[in-house]
Write a protein that binds this ligand. Structure first.
Ligand SMILES: Nc1ncnc2c1ncn2[C@@H]1O[C@H](COP(=O)(O)OP(=O)(O)OP(=O)(O)O)[C@@H](O)[C@H]1O
Ligand SMILES: [Mg+2]
Length: 434
């Protein structure tokens, strides 16, 4: 009788553990990871390490590839290759890291090629290979895709900083225009560019910052936020007007700095400091592609020159550019490549062709290009973004519903700075809009 009772008891305990385990996994994924996921994954890392290393040419033998057998010279792969030394896996939130000591002659590139093999052997979502120090590589494994449901972080309080979304590492994705003054946002249609711009606008709306919109798709996207925009250009001719006025304003700021003997507006005393301006361009191609007529050609050239001047000189003068486009290549004209070189911050969403990812990130980091190309159509708002320290990360912007974004810009409409320099350059947004 005691046998069946204890069996029933054991089954009940097992069922309870499974149910509780599943609840913990769904509601407290981090706890589940530390309690169950991490020990299992760490065991897999250590138990499969040698095999994965051998199969992916990471193990080397200290014996020569050729030797003498009697009177004969024999060539071949020596037995007993030695796997590189690996540290004990360290748990991170929803992942783990291991440090590997490279064999002499190895480079991190060999490990990058093997990243997929690690993913399968350890049964994790992804493995990133970085080199924290010469002679070492760090393998960072993530258990699940943290960008599926990005957690909300606290917004930064700093001027010209915006909380855009979440990084793959679990940290906050922040654009800080004081650290990186100009940004390029690339991505195919419906990949999340305008959503990101809307997020940026709502984050900057409460700050003492002038926002200027250039949306030559007739103002369809940025027109929604016109209440908080100090000016909005909805066609190329208006864009030329706004950008010319900003360049004139920039010259005024230069003069101000020169007479005060300072090198940037941030060194000026508060009462003298002009308000920072963020120029947001949605769909750069509309500014650069001409329909062949003389007038249109002249306008595109003007736009190109004006944007380049703002990018080259604006950073220290509190003039910032955030430029979004589906393609940002030399097919738009030579000026666009020069502009791209000035836009230090890069964000690349899903792309249709490898060329766009290459254009957005290729001059900074080749690995980032490959990760950007792997973003799928379902992963809207997912992008590869660069960080001020020269690194990069996969990230996802927060989806701000349009009504919420419009409501925020309306709330702060009364604080919209008036830019005297822009007066007359474009139709000013009338009071009803605000
Ligand atoms: N971060 C995000 N999270 C979830 N969904 C998103 C996110 N970003 C964008 N989306 C979805 O993708 C759709 C398209 O996004 P968006 O309009 O920003 O693309 P786009 O790159 O500006 O496209 P286009 O080049 O055609 O203007 C949005 O309507 C939204 O539903
Ligand atoms: Mg768009």
């Amino acid at each position: 009788m005691r046998g069946p009772i204890s069996l029933a008891f054991a089954l009940a305990v097992l069922a309870w553990v499974l149910v509780v385990g599943d609840l913990v996994r769904r509601h407290r994924p981090a706890w589940h990871w530390y309690l169950i996921g991490y020990p299992v994954a760490a065991f897999r890392v250590l138990s499969t390490w040698r095999k994965v290393a051998v199969l992916n040419d990471l193990a080397v033998s200290h014996r020569p590839r050729r030797g003498l057998l009697g009177e004969l010279m024999v060539k071949g792969d020596p037995l007993r290759p030695v796997a590189p030394r690996v540290s004990f896996p360290r748990a991170t939130r929803m992942g783990l890291t291991v440090i590997v000591r490279l064999h002499a002659g190895q480079t991190p590139a060999t490990y990058m090629k093997a990243a997929d093999a690690f993913v399968h052997a350890w049964r994790v979502h992804g493995v990133r290979v970085t080199s924290p120090e010469r002679g070492l590589v760090m393998l960072t494994a993530t258990a699940t895709d943290p960008l599926e449901r990005p957690g909300l972080a606290a917004a930064p309080a700093e001027l010209l900083s915006a909380l855009i979304g979440a990084l793959e590492t679990g940290g906050a994705w922040v654009i800080n225009l004081r650290l990186v003054p100009h940004w390029l946002i690339a991505g195919a249609t419906r990949s999340g560019k305008s959503t990101l711009l809307a997020r940026l606008i709502t984050q900057l709306a409460s700050q003492p910052v002038a926002l200027v919109g250039v949306d030559c798709k007739g103002g369809m996207e940025l027109g929604l936020f016109s209440g908080r925009l100090s000016a909005l250009a909805t066609c190329r001719r208006e864009a030329v007007g706004v950008l010319s006025a900003l360049v004139v304003d920039m010259q005024g700021r230069m003069q101000l700095c020169r007479s005060a003997g300072v090198r940037s507006i941030w060194e000026l005393p508060d009462p003298l400091r002009p308000i920072p301006v963020v120029v947001i361009v949605d769909e750069i191609a509309e500014l650069y592609l001409s329909d062949g007529t003389r007038e249109s050609k002249a306008e595109t050239e003007q736009c190109s020159t004006l944007l380049l001047r703002l990018a080259q000189l604006g950073a220290a003068l509190g003039l910032h550019l955030v430029v979004a486009g589906q393609r940002v290549g030399s097919d738009l004209g030579s000026g666009v490549t020069a502009l791209r070189a000035q836009l230090g911050g890069r964000i690349c969403h899903r792309v249709n062709d490898p060329g766009t990812a290459e254009m957005a990130l290729g001059d900074l980091n080749k690995d980032a290009v490959a990760v950007a190309q792997a973003i799928t159509a379902e992963e809207r708002g997912v992008a590869v973004c660069t960080s001020p320290d020269g690194g990069w990360s996969r990230a996802r912007s927060y989806l701000t519903p349009t009504e919420e974004a419009v409501a925020i810009t309306k709330k702060y409409a009364a604080t919209t700075p008036v830019l005297a320099a822009l007066h007359g350059a474009v139709e000013f947004l009338d009071g009803d809009d605000k």
